[in-house]
Design a protein around this ligand. Structure first.
Ligand SMILES: NC(=O)C1=CN([C@@H]2O[C@H](COP(=O)(O)OP(=O)(O)OC[C@H]3O[C@@H](n4cnc5c(N)ncnc54)[C@H](OP(=O)(O)O)[C@@H]3O)[C@@H](O)[C@H]2O)C=CC1
Ligand SMILES: N[C@@H](CC(=O)OP(=O)(O)O)C(=O)O
Length: 343
């Protein structure tokens, strides 16, 4: 596949937008052709509009590109990656889909809509069949595909292999990085020397999104998985990387060794997509891993690291929240769509 697909980034100047630009630099299939952001940024070059925060230079292919408003008439692309605030995404993503764009969205606006796929390729690629249902329902030429919340996406690849043991209930406590709230989300005075035991809407998302992701698609609708999930979400003074303590109750009561084997054997075959990590789940044997600073960039930020698998079953999972949890997830979805002939 050597053809180049035109890609736009909506919300290109933000924390996730910058990760999209990083993920698309030198991408073998996608070429960035449009960068869109708010009126504050529109009309400026990307180099001037974005407060670039990643540990690499702004890629040459975007530095001098003019930022355009988030308007389907101003954006030149086949697929748009959305990193917009959710309330705004609700109207704007629908406008883009109506105008024929494929929208790979990272925002929460459409995740729970009945006819919108919520997808982690390694977990439920078959749910992309909902695109046809969505286009029939809404009369759109384009479509919207979403990826989950960053905390959900780090937990769900570890739950999928546990389904074989009759997964009944999950309890999870998160320790979430500050980058999850966006650049202006949490002030340093609020988070340094501190932990904030509340992230608005996060617990509800973690308790519902996995049920759709782990649900069954019958060709027309999704039946949600029957799992009782209870979440407590905390903001901690870590830059990138969400860590999660997970308790999983299963009917078959597997041993820690069986759970470890299930994690190691979880190797979905996506056909070698460019952003797909070699290992979706990395099992750490050390007593004090995974840790965000040491493990968040494993698999180029796309692997989920697990460790401390104990009787109960209890374990710790950790992943990069703005790569696997956001931009990398949307790009992987779009790669799969291309492979399926949907782009
Ligand atoms: N950070 C994370 O770990 C994750 C974030 N998400 C979701 O991704 C989305 C983006 O998050 P994040 O990058 O952290 O947010 P940021 O606040 O860092 O960036 C927001 C982006 O949206 C643009 N924008 C804001 N308001 C408007 C508007 N009214 N019209 C047009 N453009 C606008 C901003 O442009 P400008 O710079 O011009 O103001 C900026 O490019 C959100 O929906 C978030 O919930 C999902 C998973 C993980
Ligand atoms: N709320 C998450 C990030 C996020 O934006 O999630 P969502 O895409 O579900 O709104 C965090 O703060 O870490």
């Amino acid at each position: 596949m050597s053809e180049s697909i035109k890609a736009g980034v909506l919300g290109a100047t933000g924390a996730v937008g910058q990760r999209f630009i990083q993920a698309l630099e030198n991408h073998p299939w996608f070429e960035v052709t449009s960068l869109a952001a708010s009126e504050r940024s529109a009309g400026k070059t990307y180099g001037k509009a974005a407060n670039w925060r990643l540990e690499s230079n702004i890629p040459d292919n975007v530095r001098d590109m003019e930022v355009v408003p988030v308007d389907p008439k101003k954006v030149d692309a086949d697929v748009v990656f959305s990193a917009l605030p959710s309330d705004y995404a609700k109207t704007v993503e629908a406008e883009f889909a109506k105008e024929g764009f494929a929208v790979a969205s990272n925002a929460s606006a459409f995740r729970t809509a009945e006819d919108v796929p919520l997808v982690v390729p390694e977990v439920n690629a078959d749910h992309l069949g909902l695109i046809d249902v969505q286009q029939d329902n809404r009369g759109w030429d384009g479509y919207i595909v979403t990826n989950p919340n960053c905390s959900t996406i780090i937990m769900v690849p570890t739950l999928k292999p546990l389904m074989q043991f009759g997964l009944e209930a999950v309890q999870v406590a998160t320790m979430q990085a500050v980058s999850g709230a966006g650049y202006n989300g949490v002030s340093s005075m609020a988070i340094l020397d501190n932990i904030v035991p509340y992230i608005g809407g996060e617990e509800e998302k973690m308790e519902t999104e996995p049920l759709k992701l782990l649900g069954e698609f019958d060709g027309s609708e999704i039946t949600f998985a029957d799992i009782d999930i209870s979440a407590s979400c905390n903001r901690v003074p870590v830059m990138d990387g969400h860590t999660e303590s997970i308790w999983a109750k299963m009917a078959d009561k597997p041993s820690p060794e069986q759970v470890k084997e299930a994690f190691l054997n979880f190797k979905p075959d996506l056909g070698d997509l460019p952003t797909e990590p070699e290992e979706v789940i990395i099992v750490r044997e050390e007593a004090d891993r995974p840790q965000p600073r040491l493990d968040r960039n494993m698999g180029n930020g796309m692997s989920v690291s697990v460790g401390r698998i104990r009787e109960g079953i209890r374990y710790t999972a950790m992943g990069h929240n703005t790569i696997r949890g956001a931009a990398g997830a949307s790009v992987l979805n779009a790669e799969l769509l291309h492979k399926m002939g949907k782009l």
